[in-house]
Design a protein around this ligand. Structure first.
Ligand SMILES: [Zn+2]
Length: 176
């Protein structure tokens, strides 16, 4: 064993003894080499306003699947939205009126088969109580066009504990 080996051994012993400090240095150099984390997406500043259209106008503007969810409070089949796997940085907009409703920083993997978020862009949604199932649920809809997006539950992750369970067809994703 030459002196270099002994030095290595000593260094690893030191690493064990002084785990916090040495590991701290190692961890930061690992992060520096890793691919950069997705940039934090700034929350868009926007005028919400109101968009009111007739049923005929909505039918012309939306696809049948969008119309069913947004205007008829339908629910898309779980696992069908390509947005379930959308992990890029960007902003999710209402597919009815283009209002920015979530940023990618608000999205998380809930495992439900619907795009899920732990919070929303402030003011993007209004809520109501929905009695379609046996138990009451909190329905939410776009503050601009009134289009139904999904339901919000209290079993989400920190820091809010909220799970905004959104129909993917009600959203349009725009990469940052
Ligand atoms: Zn909308």
């Amino acid at each position: 064993m030459d002196s270099k080996d002994i030095n290595m051994k000593r260094r690893s012993l030191m690493a064990t003894l002084f785990g916090t400090a040495v590991t701290g240095v190692a961890a930061s150099s690992t992060i520096a080499q890793a691919a950069p984390a997705p940039a934090k997406v700034p929350i868009p500043v926007q005028e919400i306003g109101k968009l009111k259209l007739s049923e005929e106008e909505w039918k012309k503007r939306l696809t049948p699947a969008q119309y069913d969810v947004l205007r008829r409070e339908g629910t898309e089949r779980a696992g069908t939205s390509p947005l379930n796997n959308e992990k890029r940085a960007g902003v999710f907009h209402c597919s009815g009126c283009d209002l920015a409703v979530f940023t990618s920083d608000m999205k998380y993997e809930s495992g439900t088969g619907w795009p899920s978020f732990f919070t929303t862009i402030p003011g993007a949604f209004e809520t109501s109580t929905d009695y379609k199932l046996i138990y009451p649920r909190t329905e939410y809809h776009c503050a601009r066009c009134g289009g139904h997006h999904g339901h919000v539950f209290n079993d989400g992750p920190k820091p809010t504990g909220q799970r905004w369970c959104n129909n993917g067809v009600a959203l349009v994703f725009k990469p940052a």
